[in-house]
Write a protein that binds this ligand. Structure first.
Ligand SMILES: [Zn+2]
Length: 451
């Protein structure tokens, strides 16, 4: 795995089989709850809204599912429409802009705040608001509440209660999980070839991250190497793909050697990737704490680009666009955060008694990064920049052993967890389920979907 692949050649897209199956359910999908995803119909903006902003935002109406018995006098059906969050919007401001009274907006936002911080709404996100016209249409339509999709699976609904206050409840969307397989041979580079094989970029990033302990993606991948990835897809009731999730299995065949890893949730609640012997794919520290970067300078003696004389370079430089996220190389505690001389904006993370990692020349630190803060491996700690003594945007990355910089390429990383006994037996069960899923998909029809 030490052979150099000098540059990636842009070659032809390869043909690779992508199969899908819906029969495999390796993790729990919560059952359907609530009345989410009810069929919607397109309607014109009703005049009765009397609110140009709201009318302009109106796209979809959700007719109410009839409730109760025919003996109950029918209320006019309620309707809902999405409000799209723009940069600088607050949730309360958005609601008031849709014609909701400040009092009611405040009540709804306060209720929501019990389950979700309203400041976490993001530009582009949609908040669905619901109204019901008054029976004679004399008054303004009554605000019934709102829903926010917190992520692809969780939705928070705020609804008016009988005593005219608002209450928030959390709902899980009923999603169908399927597994898909993407496999092929490297002709250009892993990213292009796996994308051509139907592997979503987000899945690929997760794969690269899981392997980043062992595989130097700058050097180890060669033309003719192979990959196979089994990943999750989540569809809603209408069959729309709402999320391409993580991956349950990956294998890289590098210079003929296989490196399969399997996702397994241990009894103590840890979900991780393990090799066939049950050894964690994670080692102590990431070798490449950044995605899509080019290794631009290795550890060792070099002529310094600014100082002009030969100097020891005690880290790895990764050239990347300014603003590219930088990840914590491992779990740990921030020991130094701030401006640090020639390093510019700088963070050092202490991982354990032996190892620390340091990150220099950042454009800025991520929010909340300060001395004493705990970080998780893969968490964004800052963004690539060119602060300090630097000729262009890059990350300067160091691994320190006992406070001294060491060559990251030569560090013998302490290996991660090794499953034993009953847990190892459970893992082998997971593994054989995954192997069966793979076998079914590898021989399956393209895009065949079971039910
Ligand atoms: Zn450097």
């Amino acid at each position: 795995m030490s052979t150099l692949l000098r540059g990636f050649l842009a070659v032809v897209v390869l043909a690779a089989g992508v199969g899908l199956s819906a029969r495999l359910l390796l993790t729990d999908i919560p059952p359907a709850t609530g009345t989410l995803g009810q069929p919607s119909t397109i309607a014109l903006a009703p005049i009765s809204l009397g609110n140009p902003a709201a009318a302009a935002a109106l796209k979809v109406r959700h007719p109410d599912t009839p409730l109760g018995t025919p003996s109950i006098p029918r209320q006019p059906p309620s309707y809902g429409y999405p409000l799209r969050v723009a940069a600088g919007d607050t949730l309360a401001g958005l609601l008031v802009g849709a014609g909701i009274s400040p009092d009611e907006a405040h009540g709804a936002v306060t209720a929501l705040g019990k389950l979700f911080d309203p400041r976490r709404i993001r530009p582009g996100q949609e908040i669905t608001v619901r109204f019901r016209p008054t029976p004679d249409g004399a008054e303004e339509d009554r605000f019934l509440g709102l829903t926010v999709d917190v992520d692809y699976r969780r939705r928070i609904a705020v609804a008016r209660t009988a005593d005219n206050t608002f209450r928030a409840t959390e709902e899980e969307r009923a999603l169908r999980r399927t597994l898909a397989r993407g496999a092929g041979t490297i002709k250009a580079n892993l990213f292009d070839d796996a994308t051509a094989a139907g592997v979503p970029a987000a899945v690929l990033v997760a794969v690269v991250r899981a392997y980043s302990w062992d595989v130097d993606f700058q050097r180890a991948i060669r033309k003719g190497d192979r990959f196979e990835i089994l990943f999750e897809r989540f569809h809603d009731k209408t069959g729309t793909l709402v999320h391409a999730g993580g991956f349950v299995y990956a294998d890289l065949v590098l210079s003929g050697g296989r490196h399969p890893i399997y996702r397994h949730a241990t009894k103590d609640g840890l979900t991780d990737y393990f090799d066939p012997r049950g050894h964690s794919a994670r080692k102590a520290l990431l070798l490449t704490p950044i995605d899509g970067a080019r290794l631009s300078s290795r550890y060792g003696k070099r002529r310094h680009p600014i100082l002009g004389y030969t100097k020891m370079h005690r880290g790895l430089d990764f050239a990347a666009a300014s603003g590219t996220p930088i990840y914590a190389g491992g779990d740990g505690t921030i020991a130094v955060a701030g401006t640090n001389g020639a390093y510019g904006r700088y963070i050092r993370i202490r991982h354990n008694a032996t190892y620390s990692t340091a990150y220099g020349h950042m454009r800025r630190l991520a929010r909340g990064m300060r001395r004493g803060k705990r970080v998780k491996q893969g968490q964004v700690i800052g963004y690539v920049g060119t602060t300090g003594r630097s000729t262009g945007p890059h990350l300067h990355y160091e691994i320190l052993n006992g406070g001294r910089q060491v060559n990251p390429m030569k560090v013998k990383m302490p290996s991660g967890r090794k499953l034993k006994g009953a847990e190892l037996a459970r893992f082998q069960e997971t593994r054989s389920k995954i192997e069966s899923a793979l076998a079914a998909l590898a021989g399956g029809t393209e895009f065949a979907r079971g039910d």
